[in-house]
Design a binder for this molecule. Structure first.
Ligand SMILES: [Ca+2]
Length: 237
């Protein structure tokens, strides 16, 4: 009887222990699952973007501005490059707002001097995932572009003694969320690739070792289009 009684008391203990263990295991597993679902740790990384622009740019990741050219667009000669580190998650939409310097809405520069001209733009970028060390995107003709500001619409005004009056321009505002995944592609076209000679690379451009696949890009008109948006998307590796 004693043995029986002992066995009767002992018997439920392992079951209880197993049940408790299962509950604890399940709770831990659930906590772990919800932590992974709640924060995108699995797809988040830090990235390093190298950018050279003639003349200015702002960099966006998944709709958020993560950096910009440290030399203001109000600087007539600005050919510096920038290295920007930021944190973001895949799928990653990279956006660049690029501006060619213009002295005013005429689209001209060096106004009133013997160098008065229309001027041109150009931008190149490469982005590296710091976790893997791999380059995940470079500017090329597969990027999409949208022109925001164009001037002059009548290039013959380049010789005008009063360009702000004689030169015509057109400007639209950047579409909301233009650098977010799923943004409208209405009006966007493929970026145009330009040679270093066409853009006139200088100064900061040569400070960076460019991936051979990274190309100088802009809209289809390097001279007249003064503010352009550029965008690409990168899937999780
Ligand atoms: Ca320029």
């Amino acid at each position: 009887m004693l043995t029986c009684s002992y066995k009767a008391k002992r018997s439920p203990r392992p079951r209880y222990a197993v049940t408790l263990g299962l509950i604890l295991f399940a709770t831990t597993a659930m906590a772990s699952t919800s932590a992974e679902a709640g924060q995108p740790a699995a797809t988040t990384s830090t990235f390093t973007a190298e950018v050279w622009a003639d003349n200015w740019f702002a960099l966006y990741a998944n709709g958020k501005k993560v950096g910009e050219d440290s030399v203001p667009i109000t600087t007539e000669r600005s050919f510096n490059s920038e290295t920007i580190t930021f944190t973001a998650s895949y799928p990653l939409t990279i956006g660049l707002m690029a501006k060619d310097y213009t002295e005013n809405a005429s689209g001209l520069e060096y106004i009133g001097t013997d160098r008065q001209q229309i001027g041109d733009g150009g931008i190149i970028s490469q982005v590296r995932d710091n976790k893997t060390g791999k380059t995940i995107t470079v500017t090329n003709g597969s990027w999409k572009t949208l022109v925001l500001s164009k001037a002059p619409l009548n290039p013959s005004c380049v010789t005008s003694s009063n360009p702000i009056v004689d030169c015509k321009s057109s400007t639209i505002t950047a579409p909301a969320n233009w650098s977010k995944a799923g943004a409208s592609s209405k009006g966007w076209t493929n970026a145009t690739v330009y040679t270093p000679a066409q853009v006139g690379i200088k100064e900061g451009y040569v400070m960076i070792t460019w991936n051979p696949a990274a190309k100088l890009v802009w809209s289809s008109n390097l001279e007249l289009d003064n503010t352009v948006l550029l965008r690409t998307s990168v899937k999780a590796p």
